[in-house]
Design a protein around this ligand. Sequence first.
Ligand code: PMP
Length: 314
Amino acid sequence: MDLPEYAYFRGEIVPYGEAKVGVLTHALNYGTAAFGGIRGYWNDEQEQLFLFRPIDHYERFLNSGRLLCSENTHTAEGLRDITLQLLRKEGLKEDCYIRPLLYKSDEIIGVRLHDLTDDISIVAVPFGKYVQSDTGAHVTFSSWRRVDDNAMPARGKISGAYVNTAFVKTDALRGGFDEALVLNNDGHLAEGSAENVFMMRNGVLNTPPITDNILEGITRRTVIELAQAELGLEVMERSIDRTEVYLCDELFLTGTAAQITAVTRVDFRDIGTGEMGPVTRQLREIYEKIVRGQDSKYTHWIEAVYESESVAVK
Ligand code: PMP
């Protein structure tokens, strides 16, 4: 991966090489950080870069910080504006990924959340596909369980909790799969390693509820709204058993990085016909238009980078 040219670091935009922390940094030692992930989509025709739902992402980012007792005074709008400035300086004219990080920056020994300094950094890098086979992924049920809300809240993007994700992902890839599904401690489906999950069964679109140890995904929220408004589907947020997944008609993963990834095999069993299903296909098409600013109904979700003012395109 090419490194970015600039970073937002300690309150200003600096050359990336100057955005350095010491090895004693609290977050590096104890995982006491929270991060975000926002996509920027390049529209060639309009020569414009669009951010997808930056305010929603930054609200969740700040909420993750609240879980970590962060006392920073940033607002979602302020962070969005810094991101726009950073992107203009970086001059990216291709699909990209923005990574904000809120971290306990003190260089001290001692595990805790309070009485520590919360710093925020932001960088942007060019970014393509996250799941390569996103039109027909083969996934497995991980032998790892999702972190539990009473141990490490999955609803926040807390850096330390992503060791759980790393266990899940490495074992899935080493096993020859594209991704993994993760069960929670009750044995119900929680999510993918870094994606939420949806299942079409008997004409209803089902997804695990936010009380089943999932990240409250922005793409999940987007897909729920689109499935209802654009496809007229009934959407149910309910606990899902493992074997329902084996029997379902369509399965897909959603996430900023994974976008809408069709899953066509689970543990060597075909899902439905073994090909991407019609609901997944339609949602992917609608989503792709929206994120690139080609659907006038949903321009309130996107934000143009290369305009003098940070206003959503109308
Ligand atoms: N679950 C986990 C564990 C994730 O890391 C992500 C990626 N942020 C998601 C779900 C999807 O969330 P979003 O749609 O907001 O990117």
